[in-house]
Structures are given as C-alpha cells and as structure tokens.
Design a protein around this ligand. Structure first.
Ligand SMILES: N[C@@H](CCC(=O)N[C@@H](CS)C(=O)NCC(=O)O)C(=O)O
Length: 216
C-alpha cells in the first residue's frame, strides 16, 4: 500500500496538493473523485466536507486524514521533506504568516470579488480581508522583498502561496503585477511543478476526450 491515499480531481485545488506531494517525493495512490458524483464513504470518513484535496497518511501508528490544502502542504513539509521544505526558526514567521494569509484573506478577497461582493468602509472593519486592493498590494510588497515567501529559499509556503498567484494571474482574478509574474516564472521552472502539472493536464485531457466521445 502506498503511504498516502490522495483524493483529488485534476480540476481542483488538488493540483496544489499534487505539486506538494511531488516536491517531497511522497509515495501516493490517487483516487479521482468526479464532480457531481456521490461522495464515497471513504472520502467522507476522511473529510466530512467531502472536499478535495483530501489526503490519508497510512502509518504504522494508524491512518491520519488531512484536509485543507494549506494544511496538507504544511503537513507534507514537516513529515516528508526531512525539514528541507519546512521553515527554519528565522523563516517561521514569514512561512506561517503568508501561508495563512493565502488560505484566509487572499482566497476570501478573490472569492468575494468574483462573486460580486465588495465590502464598504464599515464592512471592511469586520471582514477578515479588509479590501481586495489592500490584500493584493500587501502581498506584492512582500514578494518585492525577496525571491520567495521566506526570502531567498524555496519552501513549502511557495507551493501554496505561489499556486494562488499563478492561478490568479492566469485567470485574471489577480492583476499581472511584475512581482507576481516574476515569482510565478521562478516557480514554474521547478521539476516537481512540471511533473505534477503534466499528470493533472493529462487527466484533464483524457476526461475531455472521453466526454467528447460520449457525445458522438
Ligand atoms: N478550503 C478547502 C477548499 C476545498 C474545495 O473547495 N475544493 C473544491 C475543489 S477546488 C471541491 O472539493 N469541490 C467539490 C465539492 O465541494 O463537492 C481547501 O483549501 O482545500
């Protein structure tokens, strides 16, 4: 049995988790979950939300389910990278701050805008992200200060934060600021990124071909 069972769909945040799995060289078996299909008991047992990605780590002490893409990334860095992609003491503040920033304010700001919600002055006080423009400017200012989230070294925070930046600039939910573009170019050259994307893109192409064939 592989060390990890990986519930995913190639057109999901599972792409981020796959990149993380490849960065640490984890041994995993994938379970493709079709959108709209009933959630299996195995997925729901691991994650009551039935959301993707969901990972189950099979260990000699038992099975550990883990969900939330940011948590999956952090877990893999700590558990599988021998410390290489986890933060050092000096990197820890930036690592956690920007990982949580991406999972919280950044994702909320993008989602709110894409669903047509722009908080007014009064709402900005209680909305966790404040306002979209400030979230974007704050992240860009941080990336201007170094090649990676923690400075000059790639860590797992870059898999998560970088995925948001790459996704956002590709789908125009983030502006194509020079800081975002340059950061994205550094990340997409990584072997693990290329390997992981190739798998998801092949799965997407196969699903599209099958759907096309079913129509004929
Ligand atoms: N907060 C979760 C969100 C996960 C999520 O919403 N996943 C979507 C795909 S990107 C999903 O599973 N959608 C299918 C469904 O809800 O049935 C995370 O960051 O992992």
């Amino acid at each position: 049995m592989a060390s990890y069972t990986f519930f995913t769909n190639p057109m999901s945040r599972g792409q981020i988790a796959r990149w993380a799995l490849h960065e640490v060289g984890a041994d995993y078996e994938q379970v493709i979950v079709e959108y709209g299909a009933p959630k299996t008991a195995a997925l729901l047992a691991a994650n009551g939300l039935g959301k993707l990605p969901t990972l189950v780590h099979h260990t000699s002490d038992g099975d550990y389910p883990i969900a939330e893409t940011s948590a999956i990334c952090a877990y893999l860095a700590e558990t599988e990278s021998g410390g290489a992609l986890a933060p050092t003491a000096r990197e820890r503040a930036a690592y956690y701050r920007w990982m949580f920033f991406a999972a919280g304010p950044l994702e909320q700001a993008i989602t709110a805008r894409s669903m047509g919600f722009e908080p007014n002055e009064r709402q900005r006080v209680s909305v966790g992200f404040g306002c979209y423009d400030l979230v974007v400017d704050t992240l860009a200012a941080h990336l201007r200060g170094g090649d990676y989230v923690c400075g000059d070294r790639f860590t797992m925070a870059d898999v998560y934060v970088g995925s948001h930046v790459l996704w956002g600039t590709m789908f125009k939910t983030l502006p194509e600021l020079p800081e975002f573009v340059a950061y994205g170019e550094r990340l997409t050259q990584r072997t693990s990124y290329v390997e992981a994307k190739a798998i998801d893109h092949a799965l997407i192409a196969a699903a599209q071909a099958a759907a096309q064939e079913a129509k004929v």
